[in-house]
Design a binder for this molecule. Sequence first.
Ligand SMILES: C[S@@+](CC[C@H](N)C(=O)[O-])C[C@H]1O[C@@H](n2cnc3c(N)ncnc32)[C@H](O)[C@@H]1O
Length: 179
Amino acid sequence: MNRRHIWSWRNSLVGDLAGAVLEIGVGAGANLPRYRKATCIFAIEPDPKRARQAQAMAMRCPIPVSVKIAVAEALPLASGSVDHVVSSLVFCSVHDQRRALREIRRVLRPGGALHMFEHIRPQTPLLANAAGKITPYWRRIAHNCHLDRSTLETLRAEGWETHVLARCGVFVRIKAWPR
Ligand SMILES: C[S@@+](CC[C@H](N)C(=O)[O-])C[C@H]1O[C@@H](n2cnc3c(N)ncnc32)[C@H](O)[C@@H]1O
């Protein structure tokens, strides 16, 4: 996957989301200028430096954005308060995927959906084995990024209905709904 693909995946991930949106692990806010239809965006990010960068990016956004320092496992939002949740390249790093999914389920309104662009455990056994071996070292230098997470399976085990919209190597676009 080249840079152009990643660019267009970002646009298709968030461009058409309408209503109130929560983006978890917003980082420096790379997705923020790409929202076109949202009425408001809540963004959370645990890293204060990145949260400041996202705040600066939010200033260039025509849509109201509020950035808070928080983790996906403890969302500072009321239950049933957002129409969509966005996670781009975050579920590889969260400390507890299952807890984060429960929190996302809590804050979503009935009919709401989770939109993900993530990298997951490779499908071929050889590469999956290599990813498992590298991850203990990689996560130390890459902010807890795991190369071997079975995020799709975790979603299904937590009772989410999943739709894989696109897949390119280890990268996957997923739309998921709480069942
Ligand atoms: C690879 S960056 C992706 C940033 C951004 N989503 C993007 O697409 O550019 C991963 C982000 O996840 C954040 N993160 C790590 N653990 C998290 C957690 N438990 N809850 C929410 N965000 C987390 C990191 O601080 C980092 O900003």
